[in-house]
Design a protein around this ligand. Sequence first.
Ligand SMILES: Nc1ncnc2c1ncn2[C@@H]1O[C@H](COP(=O)(O)OP(=O)(O)OP(=O)(O)O)[C@@H](O)[C@H]1O
Ligand SMILES: [Mg+2]
Length: 224
Amino acid sequence: MKMIVKARGIKKSYRMSRKNIVHALRGVDINVAAGDFSAIIGPSGCGKSTLMHILGLLDRPDAGTLEIDGENMSRLSDKKAYKIRARKIGFIFQGFNLIPTLTALENVVLAGKYGGLGKNERLERARELLDMLGLENRVDHKPNELSGGQQQRVAIARALINNPSIILADEPTGELDTKTSMEIMEILKRLNKEEGKTFLIVTHNMDVANACKKRIKLVDGKNA
Ligand SMILES: Nc1ncnc2c1ncn2[C@@H]1O[C@H](COP(=O)(O)OP(=O)(O)OP(=O)(O)O)[C@@H](O)[C@H]1O
Ligand SMILES: [Mg+2]
């Protein structure tokens, strides 16, 4: 079985002042194999988002080791980390995080540019993905001209354009109503089942957690 993420003993603290240190992660282990569809669950403040940022190379741990696709991420330069992040990791956020001044199509194309796709290829792939997600009539809409569910579908297209090894989703349904949440989960499940995409999904929602194949529990910055 191919491992996509292997994290061992991940620690991360935030020093707020000389005496006040927040220990967000106290030694977390995570395995994600190719084709996994896993949830990360746990109470507010237990370190889920901090962990996602570290696994997605948006932040660095204070201690521990991280391998992505079998490659050690510990001593990467910022430039190399940026490259690996753009090519291997797709992100889906609770607040969609689309660029407000760009259209749906432009948001997706831009991610393809960061991932190193050529001009024609990124345009073609972006259109294909938006079509697949049922947004063919919304490509020229800006984020504020789209519903929450539509914005999240654009974000899914953006996460997929570089054919990443893993898609990290932090509360992807957190701002959506129940029906739209389940539609988004159906899309993610289909991508997993039919295209073998690998997902790691942070959620507070038990329906979302139960829709995942595995659940990883964190409590107080540790595996529980
Ligand atoms: N940039 C930061 N600076 C200081 N403390 C932080 C920072 N980010 C997170 N923390 C603290 O680290 C701990 C873990 O935060 P994190 O955001 O990872 O929790 P979470 O599990 O994602 O919570 P939630 O379910 O509410 O999103 C919290 O106590 C939080 O206050
Ligand atoms: Mg969080």
